[in-house]
Write a protein that binds this ligand. Structure first.
Ligand SMILES: [Zn+2]
Length: 122
């Protein structure tokens, strides 16, 4: 299963985010391994957010809510509609990561992610 970056729409494998992305930070392998066992809340302590940010990742209220990723163009900004939608999903389903992924996928690329259609003659 994938979730998509709010800013650039890049798909990220959920397993990768949960288990592998942490190894792209400059945490030691032992620390990275310990991180994978933390609860969802502890995974996003400021210390870890900073490490992820240095590696190109930024998250909303969940590790599965990717707001910026290493694939983002430098000056790209998160899509505000998408950001609000995902924040709502995280708030609603924050304890159930699988349900969260399903909900995000249901709102996913088929709905013209990431470009809203504003050119239809209005
Ligand atoms: Zn991105």
């Amino acid at each position: 299963m994938d979730v998509h970056c709010t800013t650039c729409g890049e798909p990220w494998d959920v397993y990768h985010l949960r288990h592998d992305a942490i190894y792209e930070t400059d945490l030691s392998p032992a620390e990275a391994k310990a991180w994978t066992a933390l609860s969802p809340q502890l995974k996003l302590l400021d210390r870890y957010r900073e490490k992820f940010k240095a590696a190109g990742f930024e998250f909303g209220g969940s590790i599965l809510n990717v707001t910026r990723c290493p694939a983002c163009p430098k000056d790209a900004k998160p899509d505000p509609d998408k950001a609000a939608l995902k924040a709502g999903i995280v708030e609603l389903l924050g304890d159930d990561e699988d349900a969260m992924v399903d909900a995000m996928e249901a709102s996913g690329p088929e709905r013209k992610w990431p470009t809203p259609r504003r050119d239809c003659g209005v």
